[in-house]
Design a protein around this ligand. Structure first.
Ligand code: ZN
Ligand code: CU
Length: 485
């Protein structure tokens, strides 16, 4: 047989932001070999895909799957959505290079317990991913907070020169070993005390590699524009591209400001390489942050170490039960996780549909009662936002989760249905695809995802994982600067 697989008569939407075309797609040895009319040709396996869409496998640009890809390599929350690659290490937190002194500091605890942090060098992490062979491919950023936790005895101050030198050496070694770039989570207390200059000095290591800077901004509340300016400033200093993580207008006092944020992004894009990612929900989720406790909108507790029985309950109800104020109850629940219903739907839609935004889940895989974005982000964009609301055409939705992302992050020969590219593919029914996970029942697989291939092998079909897991570690494949234009 000439080919291992032919998927016949699909509507191929190739990731490049153009409408689909009916075609057959042939795969051999992990790669897409031919796209076109293959009616005279046969393959070991053939699939009739009439009426369905064949797209590049989705790339989850914003994840915290660092340790779960090794500990739970089936990666069901992602493969069931059609995701074939995850980018880990976002928001300043990464599993490597890390040497913990005790428990992981907040929010590194989102990545797992202390025992999960066993990668003192980035190459250790990379080898562990390859050995675990998760169901999806993995590419990784290096977290600023992770570096700080290695070298600072006190995270609530800015780093001293010798500590910056040590962090830079670790970052450089990680970039040499294939890391994509540097991430920060400056809003979190464990990084907030880092002055801009500390980050700038670290970011200087990105320049030689053409590597990317991604950032959970110092604020997503009232000072969000100033925080964006800081991010642009850091990236200009490093001459590196910058991706603003989960761009949003957080907090009731901030609603309606998405046009200002997007104007700022566009203005920056005239002078430097910028982009952003976002998840398709008007609620956020992270560790329970006392600064974010408010009665302006509901807050759900997703986990609590001292009070695990409160998982899934409303903070207001817990406070009432305990006869405490919201803040006192929150303090008693810590360490804990929360969902904050702190965004306006119109802002979410404005950011989602903007041409500079990519789709990322920001899912929290360790959470016993996770925000539904973990299982639902991608089908929600395809089904609810593109098909049902008509916010943008299907090919634009797919572009935001495939071609745009692969280009921005330098994922070589991924993100497009193109001859010679790796056969990371998803076949879905455009009429039925939808997210099923919601805030009440958040761990539910999407509907309408009919087949997912990773590196050319069927990995998910009929609602179940298929065959052996095929994911690989993906190293940065050169300068990312040209990915922006
Ligand atoms: Zn974040
Ligand atoms: Cu995040």
């Amino acid at each position: 047989m000439l080919y291992d697989l032919i998927i016949r008569d699909a509507l191929v939407i190739d990731g490049s932001d153009t409408p689909g075309v009916r075609a057959d797609v042939a795969v051999r040895e992990g790669r897409i070999q031919r796209i076109g009319d293959l009616s005279g040709v046969s393959a070991s396996e053939e699939i009739n895909a009439a009426g369905r869409v064949l797209a590049p496998g989705f790339i989850d640009v914003h994840t915290h799957d660092d340790t779960v890809v090794i500990r739970h390599p089936a990666m069901l929350p992602k493969i069931t959505q059609g995701v074939t690659t995850v980018i880990v290490g976002n928001c300043g937190i990464s599993a490597s290079p890390v040497t913990l002194a005790g428990d992981p500091p907040d929010p590194m605890n989102l990545l797992g317990p202390a025992q999960a942090f066993v990668y003192p060098r980035f190459s250790d992490y990379r080898n562990a991913v390859d050995a675990a062979r998760p169901a999806v491919n993995v590419a990784a950023l290096i977290g600023h907070t992770a570096l700080r936790s290695n070298h600072l005895d006190d995270l609530f101050r800015t780093a001293r020169p010798a500590e910056i030198t040590a962090m830079r050496a670790q970052l450089r070694e990680s970039l040499e070993a294939g890391a994509l770039g540097l991430s920060t989570g400056l809003a979190y207390a464990t990084a907030y005390s880092a002055q801009t200059d500390e980050v700038k000095q670290l970011a200087e290591e990105l320049t030689a590699f053409g590597a990317v800077y991604t950032t959970h901004l110092r604020s997503e509340f009232e000072p969000v524009l100033e925080a964006m300016d800081e991010a642009f400033d850091i990236a200009r200093h490093a001459r590196s591209p910058v991706v603003i993580s989960h761009l949003k207008c957080a907090g009731a006092g901030n609603w309606g400001r998405s046009p200002q944020l997007l104007a700022s992004l566009e203005e920056a894009a005239r002078h430097q390489a910028v982009g952003c990612d976002c998840y398709p929900y008007a609620a956020s989720s992270s560790t329970l942050d006392l600064k974010q406790v408010t009665d302006a909108f509901p807050i759900t507790i997703t986990w609590s170490t001292p009070h695990p029985d409160q998982s899934g309950r409303d903070l207001q109800a817990i406070a009432a039960d305990w006869g405490l104020s919201l803040l006192e109850a929150a303090r008693r629940l810590q360490p804990a996780g929360a969902v904050y219903y702190g965004m306006d739907e119109r802002d979410v839609q404005n950011i989602l549909k903007h041409p500079l935004s990519m789709i990322g889940s920001d899912g929290l895989p360790e959470d016993p009662f996770p925000h539904p974005r973990l299982w639902g982000a991608f089908p929600r964009v395809l089904g609810y936002f593109s098909r049902d609301l008509g916010l943008f055409p299907l090919h634009r939705a797919i572009h935001k989760m495939t071609g745009l992302t692969a280009t921005r992050f330098g994922l070589h020969e991924r993100g497009f249905v193109r001859e010679g590219y790796w056969a990371d593919l998803v076949l879905f029914n455009p009429h039925t695809v939808r997210d099923v996970a919601d805030f009440k029942a958040p761990k539910r697989a999407a509907e309408g995802i009919d087949g997912v291939w990773v590196n050319g092998r069927l990995s998910y079909a009929d609602g179940k994982p298929q065959g052996e897991r095929q994911g690989r570690f993906l190293a940065r494949s050169g300068s990312l600067v040209e990915g922006f234009s």
